[in-house]
Design a protein. Structure first.
Length: 232
């Protein structure tokens, strides 16, 4: 795994990518990754393979392997590139965190296949690290210890991804999820769920759970900020 992680990291950072723009090097990592993203956007993650990308680009599969060692490397690079650049903090820490979370959510909705890409480590590529850095900048200056800020940023980042995954899966299931849930819920065993699932608020919460949870979390962060600091 250490060797795999090192080689994936080298690809994410384009360590071995040729710099010269010659006919031999026009097929590069960026071109291959962009084709992989296009294939996943069009037909889903299961449709992505080294062979599929090679065909789409008009090259042999072996030509791709000169730049990308394998499918795991390709998927990691696709996920790292797909989100684009994070929004810049504007100076209002709460609004900045909420804006960051909304931008991550929107990126996953644009590219829902990113939610199915296996996570092989903590953020490693330049894209993921840029988003994590942006979140830390949103939280910078609130007065909490660095260790707590890193842990808080990791929690927010993971929560947004998982909540987006749940929302996308519920959206895909359409009305089937509600029907199956209604058939299975026993009021004696799940009294709270039975009571709440009959309300429109429950359905809204399933489809957009981020707003309430994040704002309640940030309420707690604001309460923990030393009084000498500006809470906004």
């Amino acid at each position: 795994m250490t060797d795999d992680l090192a080689s994936i990291g080298a690809l994410l950072w384009r360590d071995r990518e040729p710099r010269a723009n010659t006919p031999r090097t026009r097929l590069g990592v960026d071109v291959i990754v962009a084709a992989g993203i296009a294939a996943a956007d069009a037909d889903g993650l299961d449709a992505v393979s080294m062979q599929r990308v090679a065909v789409d680009l008009g090259y042999t599969t072996m030509a791709l392997y000169r730049h990308v060692p394998g499918k795991a490397h390709l998927l990691a690079a696709m996920a790292d590139d797909a989100a684009g650049a994070p929004p810049a903090p504007q100076g209002d820490w709460r609004a900045d965190v909420e804006g960051w979370a909304k931008a991550v959510w929107d990126a996953h909705v644009r590219h829902p296949w990113t939610l199915s890409v296996p996570t092989f480590s903590a953020p490693l590529g330049p894209g993921e690290l840029a988003w994590f850095e942006a979140l830390l900048r949103c939280l910078d200056g609130v007065g909490l210890p660095d260790g707590e800020l890193v842990a808080l940023a990791a929690f927010v980042s993971s929560a947004v991804r998982d909540l987006a995954r749940i929302a996308v899966e519920i959206e895909r299931s359409g009305e089937e999820y509600g029907r199956i849930l209604a058939e299975r819920l026993d009021p004696a065993r799940f009294p709270q769920l039975c009571r709440m699932s009959d309300t429109a608020a429950f359905d809204d919460a399933l489809h957009e759970p981020l707003t309430v949870g994040l704002r309640r979390l940030l309420d707690g962060v604001a309460a923990a900020i030393p009084t000498t600091k500006d809470t906004r």
